[in-house]
Structure formats: C-alpha cells, structure tokens
Design a protein around this ligand. Sequence first.
Ligand code: CA
Length: 429
Amino acid sequence: MFNFKKIISHIFIYFAIPLLFSSSFFVYGQEPENYKVETIAENLEIPWAIAFSPDGRIFFTERVGALRVIEDGQLNPEPVSILDVGTVEGGLLGLALDPNFEQNHHLYLYYTYFEFPFTYNKVVRYTENANSLSDEFILVDKIPGSIIHDGGRLKFGPDEKLYITTGDAGNAGSAQDLNSLGGKILRVNPDGSVPSDNPFPDSIIFSYGHRNPQGIDWDPVTGKLVNTEHGEFAHDEINIVEAGKNYGWPKVIGGKHNPDFVDPILHTEDDTWAPSGATFYDSDNIPEWENKYFVATLRGNHLRMLDLDVEANQVISSEVIFSNYGRLRDASMGPDGNLYILTSNQDGRGSPAENDDRILRIVPIITEEQKTGDSSMSPLKQIQSGILPYDVACRSGFELILKSSTGNPACVLPSTASKLVSTRWGVWP
Ligand SMILES: [Ca+2]
C-alpha cells in the first residue's frame, strides 16, 4: 500500500515509540508483497562496492582486483581495469565517483597491496574515459594493511569530502595511535589534501578507536555520519561518528559509559552480524523504508533494517530482512531511488548459489490501484488535491517540510531544511 496513512503511522512510530519503549527494540512487521528482488548482474567474484554514474552506468569492484561496469542493463564482460591486489580480506575494496564526475570523470579506488615485507592499503584517483582508467594519482598511501581488518569503504559526504574507513590490520593498538592511519575514519579533500576544518591539525584523521569499519552513510534527517564496524567475537557496533571522537577500540568494547570514549548507538553483544556496507534509504519508493538504515551483514546472512533516532541516540527498531541470499557485502542507494545489494558468497566463507555472486535491486511493486491514483495517491498528489494532513506534527525543534527530491513530508532540523525544502507546509491554508 502506498498511502498517506502509512506515512502518518510511520511518523507516529518514529516519534512516539521511543517514548514508550525507551532504549529497547521494537520490531514491526514488513509487507514483502510491496517489493520484488531483481538480479541485475550474476556470476561475479566477491563484489565489494558499487557506484552510479550520472550517465546511467553502474561501476562496481570485485575484491579479486577487477573494476567492472554495467551499461544499458548489461554486465560488460571486459573489466574496466584489473589491479594487482593483496588477498584474503584485503583486495580491491572501496569505490567512489567524484560528486562532479559528470565534469571531471574522477573515480576513486581503495585497494590492498604488498610491498615486501609489508601489506598496505591505498586510495587512488583515476580519470575514467570510455570505460578505461588513466592519470593514476595517489591520495593516501601506506594505510596499514593485512590479510585481515583492511576497512576499505569510500564515500563522499554531503560536504563533498571523501571519507575513508580503515581497519586496525590486526594491530589493535594502532586504532588509538593518532600517528597511525589504522583503525580510523579518514577525511580528505578530493585531491587528497587535509581539509582545513579537520579535527586534528594537519591530519586526515576524522575519528579513531575503530576496529574494522566497513560501512558509512549520513542520516538524511540530521546529516550525521553513521558507521558499522566488525567487533571481536561478535560485539559488532553501529556508531554515530563525530569529528575528533574516540570510539574505544581496543580499550573498550560496546557501551561502557566511559567519558573518554563514545558508546555505540547499537552493540550486538554476543550476536554476530559482521556488518559491512550500509546506507540510509533516502527515497519513498518503498514508503515504509524511508530514512531507515540498511546494513549488509556477512556472518549474519541478512540485511538488517534499523530505524534510528540519531538525534536522540536511540534505536527504535531492528529487523532482519532478506535472509535468503547468504552473505551480504554492501547495500547502496541508486539514483533511481532503489536499494542495491551485493552478495559475498564466493569469498570462501559462504555457500554459493549457482549464479553467485550477485548484485540485486529491490524495486517496489506498483499496483493497478496505485497507477489509477484513486485511493492511494502519493502524499504530494494528496496535498495538491487539497487534502491536508492536519494530524501530522513534528517533535519540538524539528520542522515539517516537503522534500524537494520526492515531495514527501519529513521532519528535519531547521539547519538541514533549506537543503531539502521546495514547498513549506506553512504556505498551505
Ligand atoms: Ca566502539
């Protein structure tokens, strides 16, 4: 169903449930008939990261060293590039396209390499032209590497800085050492230089005390960075990451309320998810999913859907979906407003299906009723028809707006409203 009551109930759940349930989890049901799963590429070798070009191409990495491309819906059998990379948990990992890719065709990769006798990771920028790479430019080199804990996620933030997650590479102490690039989240300008507003002078370190973070995305409501990281023997974490803060590893694990370290918003305790890529669902294609945080889990063999109240530092709900595709490496939003998921069943730790690994796309099922628009008009259409959602209200301090991207209502902080608003609700009679 795609109707406004759902949005109202969503807003109710978002703001009222935390008051009722405090910090405990509240799981509410999904409606799997609302969406379907499509396979857009198969028979892949450990896909790790995906990025969408404004011209419609989809680039992705395979950990074994290949950068590949899907064009016009077809997987190109010829890789864009093959790199000589380290193995086991390392390899060709992160991928990001420049926010101005349309103009400069800059493409960024994170990969593991061996230089006797050490293993390192580096972040390299290339210029892409007609599915080939040139102008190699190293942004960050000699990130500690190993056969384990190589971090590897690359993503541009809303501030157009490049964020890089690094693992402790098996040397736990490095995460607390501000002279080491291991166990950190790094933040650089697109040319690799240090942003002038980074928390430590002349340092690309943004936050530290991380063990092996592999997922990052920014909450569309508050703009805050939320990460995932692999814990030691379970103890996985979701953290709200702020500049200059210490996330504890290896001094504290989970939430110890020690003022020197930031507690995770979620700690799995004895449960193992092995969380990797993550994304906020910043779309209303499946309205119940809007602004939820989706986490691809490896050992957990599922996609985790979290409803986070980032401002209040509370988990509202935590739910397992897609537990029938095995190990999942990444979850990412496409420009079509659909969720893309990468499986990781060929990595030696899974049970591959015949056509694994795969890239999956989750698309909403549009019913005939919705096409006619009679009883299930979109929120924007309802508003345009003069139907006022009089019973929607935001928590104190938040502003009710229509998102410019979708026309849907959302409660946001006034500071982020200007980026999102096309029409203020206030103009309605
Ligand atoms: Ca921690």
